[in-house]
Design a protein around this ligand. Structure first.
Ligand code: ADP
Length: 421
């Protein structure tokens, strides 16, 4: 990027130098024309004042660079000059006012001419010479232009490198390996426009760090107990019935780890999938029916009634992901229920609602429960094999389907979670 900025600045410098050369050429040209008109005026006035006989020939003999022409008063502007009637009037008025007129004309299709004209007795005496050409002007100033160009190249090269270095300093600072952005730090020296990007990046990095720490923590607990219990069996400290008890703990903890790893993989897959999932027409009622059937036994075992109602309603979605979403919601509704409680699943108008008569969730936790590893009831979550990732997965799936989640819940009064597509 620094290289690009340097090149752009360098070219800008050269462009400015070229613009300066063009405007200087135009100024020099104007100056050369004025000098020529001044010379014509001097020559003509001196001739008219001193000559005994004002004729074209006698002027030509005297002048080295100009020619003369005597024009009848009413013939001005009608003898091949390029200017029109309006300009003729203008020159006539000027002659009345200041005694002469001067300017540039094209005459008989020749190159531009500088002319000076003044009235003499009953005619006009006009002298003219070739206008200095632009190539002549450029030729005269050529060494000067070359100097400007060389100076501009050197100055542009120095300034572009120095300025690009200055522009890039804050960017280089943040791309440094040991640069850590913190919202509470002093941000002078960093471009204001970069702060929102850095904030998002820093939040994402913080979340990543937190997630890694949480995963390690979540894995460490079951692993510690697996290790502890297996060592007890290995060293034969545990005997008889204890061995069976400890083996069952090991199996339960391993199962928990497996669920956890499964959920972590699912979440990362969902993040990878962003926008790439295959969608088809699916009936929410049919998918809910499969999820309810899969959980029927679990519900029965815990004494919970699980019911499905509603009507077929078709959405565009990924069948297995929608199944996962409904399954997770039903699974939570069973696990966080009360003895002899019930769970009702209903589908209608492109929405699925899972209601339970369970322990409920305080309003202050409603937004937090969708965060990874956030648990309101930690002990029940762990006891029932929760990973703390179920609702995170639900949220991701809903987002992938542009779905909206609404939650209505109060402690002890049950929970209702509705996902509308
Ligand atoms: P977990 O695996 O711990 O259930 P989730 O992400 O599925 O993790 O849910 C996050 C937390 O939200 C749970 O730990 C629980 O405290 C709370 N929760 C989720 N669903 C319900 C529900 N239906 N009733 C009461 N609390 C719930």
């Amino acid at each position: 990027m620094e290289g690009k900025i340097t090149t752009y600045l360098f070219y800008t410098g050269i462009l400015f130098a070229l613009a300066a050369i063009i405007s200087t050429t135009l100024l020099l040209q104007k100056n050369a024309e004025n000098n020529m008109l001044d010379a014509l005026q001097r020559e003509c006035e001196a001739f008219v004042e001193s000559a005994e006989d004002i004729t074209e020939e006698s002027f030509s003999e005297r002048s080295e660079f100009a020619k003369a022409e005597i024009i009848e008063k009413d013939a001005l502007g009608s003898r091949g000059e390029s200017f029109n009637a309006k300009k003729t009037e203008k020159y006539k008025k000027l002659m009345e006012k200041q005694g002469y007129a001067r300017g540039i004309i094209k005459k008989d299709g020749q190159a531009d001419l500088c002319f000076f004209v003044m009235p003499v007795s009953d005619a006009y005496f006009c002298v003219y010479a070739k206008k200095p050409s632009i190539s002549q002007t450029v030729n005269n100033a050529f060494p000067f232009f070359i100097l400007i160009l060389i100076g501009a190249i050197v100055a542009s090269a120095i300034f572009s490198v120095a300025l690009a270095g200055r522009f890039m300093k804050p960017v280089r600072k943040i791309s440094d390996d040991d640069f850590v952005f913190s919202l509470s730090d002093d941000h002078s020296g960093i471009y204001e426009e970069l702060i929102p990007i850095l904030t998002v990046k820093s939040k994402a990095e913080k979340m990543k760090r937190q997630f890694t720490a949480n995963v390690s923590h979540e894995l460490k607990t079951p692993l510690t107990s697996i290790l502890g219990y297996s060592q007890l069996i290995e060293s034969e400290i545990a005997t008889g019935n204890d061995v069976i008890k400890f083996a069952s703990v090991i199996s339960k903890e391993s199962q928990r780890m497996l669920y956890l790893v499964g959920d972590i993989l699912k979440l990362s897959e969902l993040e990878e999938e962003r926008g790439n999932i295959v969608k088809e027409s699916i009936d929410l009622y049919e998918v809910s029916k499969s999820a309810v059937e899969a959980l029927e036994m679990v519900a029965k075992k815990t004494g919970i009634t699980l019911k499905l109602s509603g009507e077929p309603t078709v959405i565009k979605g990924n069948k297995s992901l929608i199944y996962e979403l409904i399954y997770n919601l039903c699974d939570n509704a069973i696990r966080y229920n009360k003895p002899c409680g019930s769970v009702a699943v209903s589908t209608k108008n492109k929405a699925v609602t899972v209601s339970d008569t369970g322990i409920g969730i305080d309003k202050k936790y409603h937004s937090r429960i969708f965060e990874r590893f956030y648990r309101v009831d930690k002990s029940r979550s762990k006891q029932t094999g929760g990973t703390g990732l179920g609702l995170s997965i639900v949220k991701h799936i809903a987002e992938l389907h542009d779905g909206k989640i609404t939650i209505t819940s109060e402690p002890d009064r049950g929970t209702q979670i509705k996902v509308s597509f």
